[in-house]
Unconditional design. Sequence first.
Length: 312
Amino acid sequence: MRFRDFLRGITSYSLETALGSILDTVRSGQPELKPGEIIADLHAHPYIYSENDLIDTLNAAKTNNVGILAVTCHATSKKQHDLSGVKRLFQNSTGYLCLLNRHDYGLSLSVDAIGKKITLVGAYETSVRLDGVSGGLDVLALMPDEGFSDHAKSGMPLDEYLDVARKHNAIIIGAHPFTIHDPYGPFGFFRFRLAKPEERVAIREKLFPEVESVDLVSDNAAWMVISDELVQQEYPGKPLANSDAHGIDSRTRREIGRSGNIFSLDKEPVGEELRNELRQAIVSGNFRTYHNHTPARQFLKSMVTYQFLRGE
């Protein structure tokens, strides 16, 4: 990454979020919803390990008016609760979770969080290899059939990953596609960097045609705002916008919904019907988005901790 791009990214990010680091709230950056519309954050990492983490996540989604939340786990994680684990937390709870009405529809879990209906769905983010890209390329499998996580492995070739994702009927999303996971990233500390021009060519030719969509993310902060700009310029379809929140504690979980997608879905679909409607809307571009970057304090805290959590 060229140094002038790094400086331009830092400047752009600072101008956008400097006041937001102290004063901003997630909902202040959301557009007004029309009747029948719902906010979906389809790429967020709440790091649910316990009942308290789940309660905190539901409270954050409720506060930020998120109606559909993808509980996203990294493929390398062995400890975080995915959607199946969340269901077990509800089943085994003898505390507050017992007070919440819920309905299990297989691919989705509807929860009445005291006045706000929140639909939880599953998602997995996997770092894959792609010829022409020196580093890990993150791809998201949204609402896959049961068993996907047993077969998706970090570092697998993209074509093998796509085969697994399709066999499990996942909605496949290129996660922040021009942001490359690289342990030898900028200045030897940052583990993510901007894709080089020749790498973006490989991504455009080999990834973009194979996925339902790609996403811009709130957590693409600081020097990486350039990545979002380039995706908007070079992706031929309509990108999604997700928070990519790394909710390591109560404060950083508040970032859920910082960016989001607004859908108008027929008759509140659930389970497989919800997956089908989301897939159709995503592929056809029948949704609108809002995109805001994570303020500096939250970003720095989550980034430092994330260095230790990735690959847990």
